[in-house]
Design a protein around this ligand. Structure first.
Ligand SMILES: Cc1ncc(C[n+]2csc(CCOP(=O)(O)OP(=O)(O)O)c2C)c(N)n1
Ligand SMILES: [Mg+2]
Length: 312
């Protein structure tokens, strides 16, 4: 498994993943943009630096478990898994098509490497807590990473898992909340206020750390500490920018569930140009970050440039 160690390499990979998200969503003509783009840095850090995993042996018992609870952000999971070598990148073009392995919400039995099926919000933390409890009983060192969203905190089921994990002192459970302050219809604090979220987790007997979820230095620092987490489950509240990397999408909830080419907003270009302008912006950032590592690994080009190379 290719591990990336420098922040520059990780930033570049996150950019390639963002480009692949846009390419897959454009082809699918439906799906979620904001959450996946915002979480690309955390997924890159997990799959290319932190997780113990083997894309060639997805069921290796020594692997850490990654449970995606907010299943609608799966374009970032799929794009990261494809770049990490779980399946061919061109399969990303089958996102959301009938009968494919890349459904609009993850289907565990379709794709090796998925730990759970998700989509109904609020259930992932319970599933992850159950896995962590089982691993603890068996005295196994594997960690369980549970990825959740802020909107999911409106589900009662989520809080049952918060109680359960604290009761059993599941220090092998590392939850990450995508704190992007948006949900389907607007700002989280208008719909169902959550702040101060850190104090709530403290009061529920969890360890809590708040980070900038788009800053690799902070992401790596906290994720590396996770392996020595003790006594309580750990909640990482990751402040992220929804739509990160595509200026006209950033911090606008209207991109929660829409791909480029489908929403008219004050900041967005014409529908026809939305996809290419998003790709141009991301590609320019990627070009800035290109270094020696990139030149040695050009097979990791983003999908849209691989496609255009094929055409020429
Ligand atoms: C139980 C359940 N209720 C409603 C939905 C519909 N739904 C899908 S995403 C979403 C918004 C959730 O907020 P969040 O995950 O914070 O959105 P994001 O930050 O990704 O835009 C809703 C209500 C669902 N998938 N499951
Ligand atoms: Mg949200």
């Amino acid at each position: 498994m290719k591990q990336l160690h420098s922040i520059k390499d990780l930033q570049m990979m996150a950019n390639i993943i963002r480009e692949d998200i846009i390419t897959a969503l454009t082809e699918a003509k439906s799906g979620h943009s904001a959450g996946p783009l915002g979480m690309a840095d955390i997924f890159t850090a997990l799959y290319f630096n932190v997780l113990k995993h083997n894309p060639r042996k997805p069921n290796w018992p020594g692997r850490d478990r990654l449970v995606l609870s907010n299943g609608h952000i799966c374009p970032v999971l799929y794009a990261t898994m494809a770049n990490a070598g779980y399946f061919p990148k061109k399969e990303l073009l089958t996102l959301r098509k009938l009968g494919t392995r890349l459904q609009g919400h993850p289907h565990r039995e379709s794709l090796p490497g998925l730990e759970t099926t998700s989509g109904p919000l609020g259930s992932g933390l319970s599933q992850a807590a159950g896995m962590a409890y089982g691993l603890k009983i068996d005295k196994k060192p594997n960690l369980v990473f549970a990825l959740c969203s802020d909107g999911e905190h409106d589900e009662g089921n989520h809080w049952e898992a918060v109680l359960f994990a604290a009761k059993y002192k599941l220090s092998n459970l590392i939850a990450i909340t995508d704190r992007n302050y948006i949900q389907i219809d607007g700002n989280t604090e208008n719909i169902m206020p959550l702040d101060p979220l850190d104090q709530k987790y403290n009061a529920f007997n969890w360890n809590v750390i708040t980070i900038d979820g788009n800053d690799f230095k902070q992401i790596l620092a906290v994720l590396h500490k996770a392996r020595s987490n003790r006594d309580r489950p750990l909640m990482i509240i990751a402040n992220t920018i929804p739509g990160k990397g595509v200026e006209y999408m950033e911090n606008d909830y209207r991109w929660h569930g829409s791909p480029p080419g489908t929403v008219k907003t004050e900041r967005a270009p014409s529908l026809e140009e939305q996809s290419s302008i998003a790709l141009d912006e991301l590609h320019a950032r990627e070009a800035e970050l290109r270094g020696k590592w990139y030149r040695q690994h050009n097979k990791l080009d983003p999908l849209h440039t691989l496609q255009s190379k094929k055409r020429t």
